[in-house]
Design a protein around this ligand. Structure first.
Ligand code: HEC
Ligand code: HEC
Length: 418
C-alpha cells in the first residue's frame, strides 16, 4: 500500500503530546469502592454478566480476592512503584484523571486511561481493540516498558513467587505455584466483579419516571434523534444496548492527529503491523506517535486510520478528561466537538459525524443525560465535578463553533486511491 496519500489527512484538534512526566502518586489503597460489586443492581443484565465468565476461569471468592491484591500491588511492577490501581483508581471510577497515563519512572504514555468498571462487557479491550479478553489484556501493561516496566512475564511472576503470602494463595486458589496464566486469570476474575449500574437513568428505564429530571429526559430524546449519539453509542438503532452504550465498534470521530507525522508514521506502522507482534503493537500504541493511527495499527485497513473504540458512557463525571488522548476537559467540550462535526478535512471521518445544530439548551440537556448515568456509589463526587465543569464551561469553550454547528454538512474529501 502506498502511504503518500496520508499527507492529505488533517483534523483540527491536535493531540496533547506535551504532558510532562510527574512524580508518581502513592498507589491507591483498596477501600470500599474497590470491593466486588453486587449483582443486584438496577440495570445490570444478569445473563449477559454471567456469560462473560470464560469456562477455564470460573469465579471464586478466593480467586477474586487474590486478583484484587495483585491489582493494588506495586510489586507486580519492575521497581515496586506502579500497580494497575495507579492508573485505574477506584476513587476515580478506575481511571487516573490525567490526559494521558503516567507509568514507571514518571513516563507519560500517549493514551488516556479508560475505566475498568464494566470492562468485562467489552468485545475488545484497549482504545484500538488490540486484544479480546481481560486475561490477554492484563499482560500488556505489566510488560510495557513505560507502564509497569517488567522485561517479561517471567520477571513479574518471579517477584510474586518471592512472597510467601502469594505462594500460599496461589497454592490454595489454583493448586500450584504462581505462574503467568494464573496471575492473569486472578486479575481478570477480580475485574469481572467491577460492575457499575444503579444510576438514576437505570431507574428511569426500569419505570421510575421521576428518577431523572426533565432536562435529562429531553437529553435522552436528543440522544436518539437530532444528536445522533445512538448511531454509535448503542448496539443498533433497533436494539439499543444500555449496558455500556457502545456498538463495540471503531470510528474516526475526528479526534487528534497531526499532519506532518502521518507519512512516516504510517510507514513505520505498516512494518510493525506486518510483524504481527502484539507486544510491538502495544509499544507503538502506548509509547509512540503512531498511537494516533488507532485501529489501523491492528487491521492495516485504510478506513480504520484514527478510528477508536466507541467508549462507554457511564460514570463520565468521574472519568475526565475525555477521548483517547484526554484532549477534552469537560463534557461541554465533547458536545462542542460533536456539534460542529469536527474533522471536516478528514477523508476517513465517520459518516455519522456531521454538524448537529444543537442549541446551548440542548447541549445542557445532553450533559444532564450523561450525568444521570452516574452510579450511586459516585453520586456526591459526580455532583461536585458537574459543578466544576459547568463553571469552566461558562467561561471557556475552546471547541465551540456555532457557525459550523448550524452550517451545512461540509463536503468531505474522497478517500484517497490506493
Ligand atoms: C501506567 C498506567 C497504567 C497501568 C499501570 C495499567 N493501565 Fe490499564 N490502561 C491504561 C491505559 C492508558 C489504557 C488504554 C491504552 C490503549 O488503549 O492503548 C489502559 C487500558 C486498560 C483496559 C482496557 C479497557 C477498555 O475499555 O478497553 C483494561 C481492562 C486495563 N487497562 C486493566 C489494567 C490492568 C489489569 C492493569 C494491571 C495489570 C493495568 N491496566 C495497568 C493505563 C494503565
Ligand atoms: C460515529 C460514531 C459516534 C457518534 C455518532 C457519537 N460518538 Fe461518542 N464516541 C465515539 C467514539 C469512537 C469515541 C472514542 C473516540 C476517541 O477517543 O477517539 C467516543 C467518545 C465519546 C465520549 C468520551 C468518552 C470518554 O470516556 O472519553 C463521550 C462523552 C461521547 N462519546 C458522547 C457522545 C454523545 C453524547 C454523542 C451524541 C452527541 C456521541 N458521543 C456521538 C463514537 C461516536
Amino acid at each position: 500500500m502506498k502511504v503518500v496519500f496520508l499527507a492529505m489527512f488533517i483534523t483540527s484538534s491536535a493531540i496533547n503530546l506535551s504532558s510532562q512526566p510527574s512524580n508518581l502518586p502513592p498507589i491507591p489503597k483498596p477501600g470500599p469502592l474497590a470491593q466486588p460489586r453486587s449483582l443486584q443492581q438496577v440495570g445490570l443484565p444478569l445473563d449477559q454478566t454471567r456469560a462473560t465468565i470464560p469456562p477455564d476461569n470460573p469465579q471464586t471468592p478466593e480467586k477474586v480476592a487474590l486478583g484484587q491484591k495483585l491489582f493494588f500491588d506495586g510489586r507486580l511492577s519492575a521497581d515496586g512503584t506502579v500497580a494497575c490501581a495507579t492508573c485505574h483508581d477506584p476513587a476515580r471510577a478506575f481511571t487516573d484523571g490525567k490526559p494521558v497515563s503516567v507509568g514507571i519512572h514518571g513516563q507519560a504514555g500517549q493514551r488516556n486511561s479508560p475505566t475498568v468498571l464494566n470492562a468485562l462487557y467489552n468485545k475488545t479491550q484497549f482504545w484500538d481493540g488490540r486484544v479480546t479478553t481481560l486475561e490477554e489484556q492484563a499482560e500488556l501493561p505489566i510488560t510495557n516498558p513505560i507502564e509497569m516496566g517488567q522485561t517479561n512475564m517471567d520477571a513479574a511472576v518471579a517477584s510474586i513467587q518471592a512472597i510467601k503470602e502469594y505462594r500460599d494463595s496461589f497454592q490454595s486458589v489454583f493448586g500450584r505455584p504462581p505462574n503467568t496464566p494464573d496471575v492473569l486469570r486472578a486479575i481478570a476474575s477480580y475485574e469481572r466483579t467491577l460492575l457499575s449500574f444503579n444510576s438514576p437513568f437505570d431507574r428511569f428505564i426500569a419505570g421510575d419516571g421521576n428518577a431523572i429530571d426533565d432536562s435529562a429526559k429531553r437529553g435522552w430524546k436528543l440522544f436518539n434523534t437530532q444528536a445522533r449519539c445512538n448511531k454509535c453509542h448503542a448496539l443498533s438503532d433497533n436494539q439499543p444496548n444500555l449496558t455500556n452504550f457502545t456498538d463495540n465498534d471503531f470510528h474516526n470521530i475526528g479526534v487528534g492527529i497531526i499532519r506532518h507525522h502521518i507519512v512516516p508514521l504510517a510507514r513505520q506502522a505498516e512494518q510493525l503491523v506486518n510483524s504481527g507482534n502484539s507486544a510491538a503493537i502495544d509499544r507503538a500504541a502506548i509509547q509512540s506517535k503512531m498511537s494516533v493511527l488507532g485501529r489501523f495499527l491492528v487491521t492495516k485497513k485504510q478506513p480504520d486510520i484514527a478510528s477508536f473504540k466507541t467508549q462507554n458512557l457511564r460514570n463520565l463525571l468521574l472519568t475526565a478528561p475525555y477521548f483517547h488522548d484526554g484532549s477534552q476537559e469537560t463534557l461541554w467540550d465533547t458536545m462542542d466537538h460533536y456539534n460542529k462535526g469536527d474533522g471536516v478535512q478528514n477523508p476517513f471521518l465517520d459518516q455519522d459525524i456531521q454538524p448537529l445544530a444543537l442549541s446551548e439548551d440542548q447541549i445542557n440537556d445532553l450533559v444532564a443525560l450523561m450525568a444521570s448515568l452516574t452510579s450511586d456509589d459516585y453520586k456526591e463526587q459526580a455532583a461536585r465535578e458537574l459543578d466544576r465543569q459547568r463553571a469552566i464551561a461558562k467561561t471557556n469553550r475552546p471547541q465551540r463553533n456555532t457557525a459550523r454547528a448550524f452550517g451545512p454538512k461540509p463536503v468531505q474529501p474522497p478517500p484517497p486511491s490506493q
